[in-house]
Design a protein. Structure first.
Lengths: 429, 294
């Protein structure tokens, strides 16, 4: 029954391929590529445009770029296609899917495909901070494409009102707590405006990575088989986060919703928020006040994790297909195209020379916040990604939320998360 | 001759059953059996194929704190939603069954929550509950009461989910009660009036018993829904904070599609299926005896 269904679907696919083939008889290689869209806006059109540009320049390759939902959907679809024998040759997927894909033996390392010195140099042309999530076991498996990071948005009007310099956002933890206190506005017992909000639902681990990096620790090793949740500096970072609510009183206690935080900021219920660069365009469009964007504050150093999607090439593909895939990826990540993509989406330019292009240079001059994410890249680290990544991430998420809601102390919560993570990761060492 | 006639009848009967049987087997029985089978294996990857592990997955489950948390939450969720939503449905049905102006409008507005997609509704309720800017806090603020971080507090988050579920469900159950009420013959009421029965007595001894079959049906649906209805969690809380609002089915989804641990997800599914089967059988066996069917 199921194999029949498969055959039927394969037949349909073949028919579609034949139909499409008629219109472009020059196609020698045909590529299927899945890609996710995780932020608002008509991004599918942008991708279609970029792919059309590629086909114009490379008439011997035909590319089917298929929009596959969010990051989770894209991974499930690509892996399902792989199992059904109708695999894609390349895809954009979550940068943190790396270990999962390696464990499924689904992808090839770029080092095994590149041949010329030119290509080898290309592998080194991206920001190192963006490459961390794509490299392990001494090889490069993912090429950065749609990448973001966390930045600090602040309300300049609120800063003026509180007697603070609107051009001096908090540069370190102490300043953020002190300024936060001045920014809190109360009428009676009721808080009308909070000082700071750091979201703690949806992606708490991501925010926490920033805090622990700032305190001088990363949360996992490069092989993806060890985590460091219970190191003293990490516990201290969580203490600081919890303390913003319970001790300093600049942040509401309990967890803060990721999805409604932007609205809180726009309605001036908080003077500072930490959020993804992906919100830049929406805040720019809807803010009724003067706002600024700054790098996250430092404790021992500055720091933020990166996030977003990478290109992967699948193992189940012929050498010709792999060569064509490489050509496509090189095209889409070239400085000009990376600049075009960054301007259209708000994602970062993935390589230094993209910011040297005229288009992006001009854009950054007109809208300086766009450069903050780039400048912060120097201090960036990989997004949390290990073997058993879903489970490990959830352990950390639960620990953070338990600490923020006061049901466990940071030390206790992180200690037990570390113990359980160790149990999961032991067999990968 | 007679023998072959009955054999033909058998073939004929089976042919009539075949389409339904194929669908049932393909989409209900086979997946159930496959789930049970899979729960005895480890989750395989390309590098480590699945292996038979016996009851290991079940033993792991017994030690899994999150599992016990979601079971506890699910029991509270069921206890909170089922009686209240049935009671409200009942009252609403009696209310809109009587003579009142704009009856159609009242019925429609009670039923509206049912036809709205849960995901869309949850997005609206997210803003009801959100601290400071939310509707709930603004209403409280108008009375001078302090706001609260409803979804961010483990003590209130499950209550918030329960209220949303009741709001969503009650209108649906009301429809069944309304239909049942309209099939109660009016001569019973006339006869009771002639005998001098009070309205409360009539309700207790006539209406309520006549509605028992509907109540059983609604109750079974409510129990199933209390295990099945998890869409709101995706939008409102993602099971947080610290699993305080996570329910069994949501946890199964997480295990299957976020952790990619199909074997353990299958194990949890078997437990869910068993629990539901036991509850449904119990309800039929115990309540059936006490129900008056016409």
């Amino acid at each position: 029954m199921i194999s029949q269904l498969k055959r039927f679907c394969a037949g349909l696919g073949l028919a579609a391929a034949v139909g499409a083939g008629v219109s472009s008889p020059a196609s020698a290689v045909e590529l299927t590529m899945y890609y996710p869209v995780a932020v608002g806006g008509p991004l599918t059109k942008v991708v279609d445009g970029l792919v059309a540009d590629f086909q114009k320049a490379n008439p011997d390759v035909k590319v089917n770029a298929i929009y596959a939902g969010n990051y989770n959907d894209a991974r499930i679809k690509a892996l399902a296609a792989l199992k059904s024998g109708q695999p894609a040759q390349l895809s954009v997927m979550f940068s943190i899917d790396l270990y999962e894909l390696i464990e499924q033996d689904a992808i090839v390392a770029f080092d095994d495909i590149v041949k010329t010195d030119d290509d080898k140099a290309w592998l080194k042309s991206f920001y190192p901070g963006l490459m961390e999530n794509g490299t392990t076991q001494g090889k490069t498996w993912g090429i950065p494409f749609q990448r973001s990071t966390i930045v600090m948005y602040y309300n300049k009007d609120a800063f003026k009102e509180a007697g603070l310099d609107p051009n001096h956002p908090p540069a370190n933890w102490d300043e953020m707590a002190a300024m936060g206190k001045k920014l809190v506005k109360k009428s009676g017992d009721q808080v009308d405006r909070w000082g700071v909000m750091i979201p703690s639902t949806g992606y708490p681990y991501w925010m926490f990575q920033a805090l622990s990096m700032q305190n001088g620790e990363v949360l996992m090793n490069g092989d993806g088989n060890e985590t460091y949740f219970d190191k003293p500096a990490v516990v201290e970072a969580l203490n600081y986060w919890v303390g913003l609510g319970s001790k300093e009183g600049v942040m509401p206690s309990g967890t803060i919703e990721w999805g409604t935080l932007r609205q809180n900021f726009l309605e001036q219920k908080t003077a500072i928020m930490w959020h993804s660069t992906g919100n830049l365009t929406a805040v720019k469009k809807n803010a009724s006040f003067d706002f600024g964007v700054a790098m996250l504050p430092a404790s021992k150093r500055r720091g933020s994790p990166t996030g977003g999607g990478n290109f992967y090439i699948f193992k189940k593909s012929t050498p010709e297909e792999q060569e064509a895939s490489l050509r496509l990826i090189k095209f889409l990540t070239s400085p000009e195209k990376a600049a075009e993509w960054s301007i259209a989406t708000g994602y970062m330019g993935t390589r230094p020379d993209a910011y040297q292009t005229d288009a992006l240079k001009k854009y950054v001059v007109d809208f300086p916040p766009a450069a903050v994410a780039r400048d912060q890249l120097e201090f960036a680290t990989a997004e949390l990604s290990t073997y058993q990544t879903g489970r490990v991430r959830k352990l950390l998420d639960d620990a953070i939320q338990a600490a923020l809601t006061g049901s466990k102390s940071p030390e206790e919560a992180l200690g037990s998360a570390q113990k359980q993570a160790d149990r999961l990761l032991k067999r990968y060492r | 001759m007679r023998f072959s006639q009955s054999a033909l009848n058998h073939v004929y009967g089976w042919l009539l059953l075949t389409p339904a049987a194929i669908l049932l087997i393909a989409f209900t029985h086979y997946p159930t059996a496959a789930t049970l089978w899979q729960s005895f294996f480890s989750t395989g990857t390309a590098l480590r194929p699945a292996a038979f592990v016996g009851l290991d997955n079940y033993l792991f489950m017994l030690e899994d704190d999150v599992f016990w948390t979601v079971v506890r939450n699910n029991v509270i969720f069921a206890a909170g939603t089922i009686p209240v939503s049935i009671a409200i449905a009942f009252l609403m049905a009696i209310w809109v069954n009587g003579k009142l102006p704009l009856r159609g409008l009242a019925r429609m507005s009670y039923f509206t929550p049912t036809i709205l997609p849960m995901i869309a509704v949850a997005n609206i309720w997210l803003f009801f509950y959100s601290p400071d800017i939310g509707l709930l806090d603004q209403v409280l603020g108008a009375f001078g009461l302090p706001g609260h971080n409803w979804l961010g507090d483990p003590d209130t988050v499950l209550g918030c989910i329960i209220v949303l579920a009741i709001w969503k469900e009650a209108g649906f159950f009301m429809i069944f009660y309304l239909a049942a009420l309209q099939s109660v013959p009016p001569d019973l009421e006339e006869a009771a009036k002639l005998e001098g029965a009070s309205r409360w007595y009539f309700f207790r001894r006539v209406t309520f018993p006549l509605l028992m079959p509907t109540t059983l049906f609604v109750m079974i649906n409510a129990v199933i829904n209390s295990f099945k209805l998890v869409d709101q969690l995706f939008i409102l809380t993602k099971g947080g904070p610290d699993n305080a609002s996570s329910l069994l089915l949501y946890y199964i989804y997480e295990v299957a599609f976020s952790f990619f641990d199909q074997a353990y997800a299958a194990t949890l599914t078997v437990v869910l299926l068993a629990a539901l089967a036991i509850i449904a059988i119990g309800q039929f066996v115990i309540l059936d005896k006490r129900i008056h069917y016409r």
